[in-house]
Design a protein around this ligand. Sequence first.
Ligand code: F6P
Length: 314
Amino acid sequence: MTSGGDAAGMNPAVKAAVERARQLGMKPFVIYDGLEGLIDGKIKAATRDLTCEMSHRGGTLLRSSRSKRFFEYSYREQAYKHLKDNNIEHLVIAGGDGSFRALNDFFNDFQVPFAGIPATIDNDIAGTDYCLGVDTAQNIILNCIDTIRDTAQSHHRAFVIETMGRDCGYLAMTAAICSGADILVVPELPYDLESIKKRLQPQIEEGVGYVIAIVAEGTKKAQELTDWLSTNTGMDTRLTVLGHMQRGGAPSARDRLMGARFGTRAVEALHSGNINRIMVYHDGHHGECALDQVAGQKYHVSQSIIKLCEDMTR
Ligand code: F6P
């Protein structure tokens, strides 16, 4: 099943998990609508005509949900009945750490082992350097920024572009580095308008007639910075909130590959009795983490990325 915000790469991960399960002699099922669907018994045997559509499709064909009900015991009990009725003994879930925690509660109640696959464009899950969906989102964001740069340059305008990421600035930081932005505002780095002013001065004096600023949604500073740029640069200024277009789109090659690896490993972990683990990618290697190293832990953007960004914030 897939859970939480959809992320490109979820479909390839499901396909890989289903196919590996078959190879290992298991009978794979899919659960639609995430944890909500598990409560409501939206369970079907996985068919080849579903999985053959999965390598190239964005979003999640199994659909997803953010379930509040699953945190109540009575609904988990209902979910367990559906699993029993279908003789389902293991679960694989692609989602965020809230989804992993939910399945851990479920394990404590009914001892159904699970494997977790990190999937969120926010890239904010502790223990892994990579979550499915990130590369695809980064590419979409970069295309948008490159496009906006053309119109910014044509009209001598300052553009503030807000990226998703919840409380994490990873998407904004990598977008700012890769697009050559002038200003970056993220939760992880100081926000100081005086420094931004000093930084922009030589650029404006040397005749660069436009400004590109990337702001992470978690800072809630996009509108404020837009107003400030308008007053302090004398430029016509626009704010573009990229919004949900960052979550859609066909998975990139990286997300397809990572999805295939995470999906395969999740099933193999369960098959070998290595239960309740989260698949991770760390320092260039695939591995697995215990839930308590992931859920409730804070994700830190790597120092090497932060260092590359410092100059855009001061
Ligand atoms: O967690 C993924 C994410 O896209 C965040 O970046 C964003 O803040 C949130 O989900 C948006 O949630 P929703 O799709 O429920 O509006």
